[in-house]
Design a protein around this ligand. Structure first.
Ligand code: NIG
Ligand code: FE
Length: 544
């Protein structure tokens, strides 16, 4: 029987591990349920998953244009990080030292530092500067396996500066935008499809398919990749062909590129071959921006970034101009900021930092009601530093997600479950602020769906690694490695209302996945955030 053509086959892997999507978010016992396929594989066509199963079966049924050999590796869904403050200017390393010396996060904020420090620097930055900084961080987290990420505003705190942030978020996430000619920025943190790391210095030198060698290559077909792969000096084949612990590329069939015979370094050449053969899915850059972003004469396939979900967080802090007059700032949010953000369609969600000394329950409720009238969906920072009862409010207003929950009140836990609100936990923040952890076990026992997120921001968690968060979730909150992986994939997809398309490896879903150099998925949490991510596939394209 003839085999069905597909673009890409990932496998054989030591194991493929994935939650299975259902009508509701994984909660209670489902939170700890994963399907594990030893010797598994994933078949991909047009950016979507066609089949997941034992490699032997899939190899019989499908004729792949390209094969990503994942021998010795584990394949999991791309991580979905549903809570970050990734758009900001400036870091706060001095504040870290002050906190270690005994100052508390709230004291620093009350004295006009902390978030307000970042606000000052973000106000000084231009839209394009913010966008460029954000894009580098998007590529940083993509390399860590995050294929979808929520990004909040909240360091502008004037109408103009909040709009500037949200426009920067939109532009950073658009691979066709060259950010007024400022992109790309030198040697970057990107993989094969996102601009090669090695530059060919002189004609004939061993190249990587990067800038300079691109002119040797025709865009859009396998032959281009083959010429590229075969056109360099000999001797680069060993690593690519070995199929050892690291995922390597191998061409299937005779019509396609053979990276094993290719240039050094083999992974870069192989990536280029894959770009030639695998049709792009999702937003694809075209024109000059694509040329620049893809690395000067790249195969025209453009830059690949994580999917970005924007949230308006004008209520992140009371800005200095409104010090002592928080209600007037809330008026400004309700009357001016929310309508302006809605008019430009810049954010899907609205969020509030509901906290003692920041925005109280009543102020939060006012903002939420105004936001809902304008069509925003709601996610909230609640019960992070004090037990204010924000989780109860989140449930009452039907928030999609209630985040942090370090001090969630017992009586609010069943309310979250009844409201169908996802508990998005950020244990990296508790760790970094030396605060107690959220009661993950109680939430799971009560049937509240739990997602994990990094909170990546310059103050309370300056790190974007989902595997690190998984490790802290297990050690700090007593989650199992299985629960942590479910919460970091399908849980996050539910927290961003994208579970129909993202968060698990199942036929029909977008082909977003991560290959780790480890024999089982437990290593994600076990290796304390250091498990090697050897490949990331986004929309069916190998981008790392
Ligand atoms: O989620 N809680 C408020 N916002 C962030 C911290 C932002 C910052 O410190 O810059 C958080 O922890
Ligand atoms: Fe946050």
């Amino acid at each position: 029987p003839s085999r069905e053509p597909v673009d890409l086959l990932i496998g054989p892997a030591a194991q493929v591990a994935t939650p299975r999507a259902a009508e509701r978010p994984p909660a209670g016992p489902q939170q700890g349920r994963l399907e594990v396929i030893p010797g598994g594989a994933v078949a991909v066509r047009d950016g979507r998953i066609v089949a997941v199963g034992p490699y032997a079966d899939l190899a019989r049924r499908y004729d792949p244009a390209e094969v990503l050999d994942a021998s010795g590796c584990t394949v999991v869904p791309g991580f979905v990080d549903p809570h970050t403050h990734l758009c900001f200017a400036g870091w706060r390393a001095e504040e870290f030292e002050r906190r270690l010396a005994g100052a508390s996060y709230q004291e620093i904020l009350a004295a006009g530092g902390g978030i307000l420090d970042t606000v000052r620097r973000t106000r000084e930055a231009s839209e394009v500067e913010l966008a460029a900084a954000l894009r580098r961080r998007l590529l940083e987290v993509l390399r860590l396996g995050t294929t979808t990420v929520e990004v909040k505003s909240g360091y502008g705190l004037t109408t103009a500066d909040e709009l500037k942030m949200l426009r920067a978020i939109r532009r950073a996430a658009d691979p066709a935008d060259d950010l007024d000619g400022t992109w790309p920025l030198g040697a970057g943190a990107w993989g094969p499809a996102n601009g090669p790391r090695l530059r060919k210095n002189r004609p004939g030198a061993t190249g990587s398919g990067g800038p300079g060698s691109g002119s040797d290559v025709d865009a859009g077909d396998g032959a281009g990749g083959a010429r590229l792969a075969g056109g360099g000096t000999a001797g680069g084949g060993a690593a690519a062909g070995a199929g050892g612990a690291a995922a390597t590329w191998a061409a299937a069939g005779t019509a396609h590129a053979r990276p094993t015979a290719g240039t050094a370094p083999p992974r870069a050449a192989a990536g280029a071959a894959a770009r030639a053969a695998v049709p792009a899915a999702g937003p694809v850059a075209a024109g000059p921006a694509a040329d620049r972003a893809g690395g000067h004469g790249d195969l025209g396939s453009g830059l690949v970034l994580p999917e970005v979900v924007a949230t308006f967080l004008g209520a992140h802090a009371v800005p200095p101009e409104y010090r002592g007059r928080p209600d007037e700032y809330v008026d400004r949010i309700v009357e001016e900021m929310l309508p302006a953000v809605a008019r430009e369609g810049l954010a899907e969600y609205a969020d509030v930092f509901c906290e003692q000394g920041v925005f109280d329950l009543e102020q939060t409720r006012r903002i939420v009601e105004a936001a809902r009238r304008l069509g925003f969906r709601i996610r909230l920072h609640v019960d992070e530093l004090t037990p204010l009862g924000g989780a109860g409010l989140a449930a009452r207003v039907g928030a999609v997600s209630a985040d942090h929950l370090l001090h969630v009140r017992d009586e609010d836990i069943p309310r979250l479950r009844e409201a169908g609100t996802v508990a998005t936990l950020l244990p990296g923040t508790a760790f970094f602020l030396r605060e107690p952890y959220a009661p993950a076990r109680k939430l799971i026992a009560a049937g509240v769906p739990v997602a994990l997120a990094t909170d990546y921001n310059p103050g309370s968690h300056p790190a974007g690694s989902m595997p690190l968060v998984m490790a802290i979730a297990c050690v700090g909150m007593g989650m199992t490695p299985t629960e942590a992986l479910v919460a970091s994939t399908l849980g996050g997809a539910w927290a961003l209302e994208r579970a129909q398309r993202l968060g698990s490896l199942e036929p029909g879903k977008q082909a977003d996945l991560v290959v780790i150099d480890a024999p089982s998925y437990q290593h994600l949490a076990y290796r304390l955030g250091t498990v090697p991510v050897v490949a990331v596939v986004k929309g069916g394209r190998v981008v790392v």
